[in-house]
Write a protein that binds this ligand. Sequence first.
Ligand code: ADE
Length: 270
Amino acid sequence: MKTKIGIIGGSGIYDMEGLQNPDWVSVESPWGAPSDAILTGVLDGVDMAFLPRHGRGHVHSPTTVPYRANIDALKRLGVTDIISVSACGSFREELAPGDFVIVDQFIDRTFAREKSFFGTGCVAHVSVAHPTCDRLSEACETAGRDAGITIHRGGTYLAMEGPQFSSMAESKLYRAWGCDVIGMTNMPEAKLAREAEICYASVAMITDYDSWHPDHGAVDITEIIATLQGNGSKARALIAKLPGLLGTERAPCPLGCDRALEYAIMTAPE
Ligand code: ADE
């Protein structure tokens, strides 16, 4: 099978440079319109598909991002591996703004989003005990280190609804729960990628200390945007290294992400 790398770019990342044969393609999906057209092309011999999560011009809030249409559109293009790149706040002193975290667990506190491709007619329950792909996460870690980024492997991401940031009490509660970072977009994206049998890794770029930190004031968007500009160029450097690490030919996922539905469907076949 041929590798096709899908990148979902978060706040501050709305395009991808360096692609051969770049082409913005509109993909139709029964789940509605994706956030934007998808930029396809080739990087170091590997097929790529880039989707700006919030749309060019940043027109979708975390709640209104059409998560199901986005994952379905990437699947229809033949994407085998999705790398989510997104901004996040930090709950740990040692996870500093400018650092990247390869997230491996989530606590999903979102409540106003469609979270599954399955419902009436066909019912399925996939496992998200391990919601990210270890093989893909490994490639992201190596790519980040090769690009000279301070990168932390593993971390629990609290997905909040937003769009407001957390209160100090919420921030302290999530820290007490053992969360490492907080963001507004990785859920239900990671769950849907699993249902679509696509490997998913999350690169979370720290922009701030959320609201728990005694030496930092409330989160504010100007601080986030300033950090994002630096993070954006680091993210591009990380992405540029991925084709060389993943290669053009793809073996079945050793963790079974690409076979997640094998034992998940409850509905009797017709
Ligand atoms: N994205 C970036 N920083 C964040 C924070 N502190 N909370 C939620 N989402 C974020």
